[in-house]
Design a protein around this ligand. Sequence first.
Ligand SMILES: Nc1ncnc2c1ncn2[C@@H]1O[C@H](COP(=O)(O)OP(=O)(O)OP(=O)(O)O)[C@@H](O)[C@H]1O
Length: 603
Amino acid sequence: MSDTDDLDIDLTWREKGRALWRVAKFQPKFAVLVIALSIIAAAFEGFGLSFLTPIVEVAQSGATVEEGRGLLGTFLSIYDALGVPFTMSYLIVGVTAIMTIRFTTSFLVGWFRAAIETRYVRFLQEEAFNRALEAEIAYFDEEGSDDILNAIVTQAEYAGRVIRFALHSVEQGLLAAMYLLLAFVLAPVLTIVTGVFLGVIIFIFRNVLDAGYSLGDEVADAKEGIQTNAQAGTQGIREVKLFGLIEELRSGFTKATDKFERNRIKLLRNESAITNFYQLTTAVTVFVLIYLALTFSAMSVGELGVFLFAMFRLGPKVSTLNKHIYRVEGELPHLVRTQQFIEELERNREPMVQSQPVPDSVDLIEFDDVWFSYDSSDETVLRGISFNFSSDEFVAFVGSSGAGKSTIASLLARMYEPDDGEIRVDGENIANFPIQKWRSRITVVRQDPHIFNDTLWRNVTAGKRDASAEEVEKVCEIAQLTEFLSDLPDGYDTVLGDQGVKLSGGQRQRVAIARALLKDAELLILDEATSDLDTSLENDVHEGIESMENEYSILVIAHRLSTVTNADRIYTMSNGKIIESGTHDELLSNHGKYHNLYSSQIQ
Ligand SMILES: Nc1ncnc2c1ncn2[C@@H]1O[C@H](COP(=O)(O)OP(=O)(O)OP(=O)(O)O)[C@@H](O)[C@H]1O
């Protein structure tokens, strides 16, 4: 993703906040529920902790306590109101009940937090995948499928962790706030002094250590590098071996893993530093506090117990809070990248115009002064292309490599939109048709077709899942696929491997032709569809197609001119223009480019 690669790692707090706000809006009720439960858990932690006071006081008095002030007084009035005796056993029952509620609530918080995180990851992955499916081909040209894959599979998962750590932070923050509140009620001055002291320590730690966000961004970047190199080394393994790219890839991969190792260790080291040094500081602080509390405050032994316990618990809570906030920052780049990626896909969506229905039958296809260049290059690929052909006609495009022939097929299938001029069907601009409906009328065989890692049957029936065995057999015969069917170990049930790796180039092309012929379409485009077949098989396939009962308009793009001699009209292209047209015989007698190409091939 070029845009996201260049992502500014110094995002403002506003931008980070915006990313988090969008997460908060994902399932607001659920998020509010988790926060409300976290508040309840924190409150009950406070109640539970305060039980120390009456328990210590009752233990000291030996039986029961009749009256008291402060925390003890509050407990006495609650027990009195409930009509329960103020004895040790009832105090233990009370604290058990309170702690049961506290930890049950925490269990619910953990459960719901995991649910929100998982749902959000699923949401991001589905959103990214669905939008990728609807994105323009030009976007795929631009970004490369490995980055898109990485965003959908890996980035989204890391993005989800932001939720986990953010909700953890809320939970820990509330607990810390509750300890502070309890301590403040018992000894306001000491609490303020301690709070300020610990705050300063946090500030120092956070500023001495590298910011979590920038390290997290480096880690995210490194992961993209690992994925890109691993993909080239697996999907492109043949070229890698044949072109001696092993060392180059190895070094690219090592560079990325180096970066990953360096930054991830730093990130985790900082997390560990935050936790441990902070705990060290708080442990020492607590002992100082014990001294100060014993020397200067007028707290009862029970209250002192609660105060020290709260302070002792406060330290680790604040350090965990700190660590989680640091982690939120560390994972935030993944979230921002994934959100930006989804927005980018939305901007690059295929046109959704639906103003005209596709006519019932396609009678006339016209290119009217069509100009086109790919977004990624300045070269004008098509320069004023005009031609037309009607149903049942067979037209062919020939010409030098790079002349723009395949681009004509791509524009017809609306993989791209012309920059200027119109492509019309029965007088209506195809840009006004619902794109999927229009594509359902066309069937295309590309020179290097994609074969899905699935069975032969599933590959052939991609455009017509409910085809009967007879229909499948018929197209396989025309495509000369039956010629090698018996060599496949499981016939139609043979799994063809990643990109059809278990087939030869010519066999892959025949699978693609059978697949195209099975689809109920009116316009058949064969773009160098038989280039890997030997001449005799190629002629058989072409004869089979031309004699099919289906009344197709056929557009063939070919280098081997023997396959187009029967065409109703042949267009010769050069440098983005049609330079001559006519039947095979007419063009031969023209003594132009076609004549030259043909003469060179029959020699
Ligand atoms: N996706 C793309 N992005 C950018 N440029 C492209 C893309 N596809 C093709 N081109 C460029 O457009 C020009 C025309 O390509 P096109 O594939 O239409 O030619 P062609 O006549 O079919 O060639 P060939 O006979 O070699 O298949 C070429 O210069 C090519 O480099």
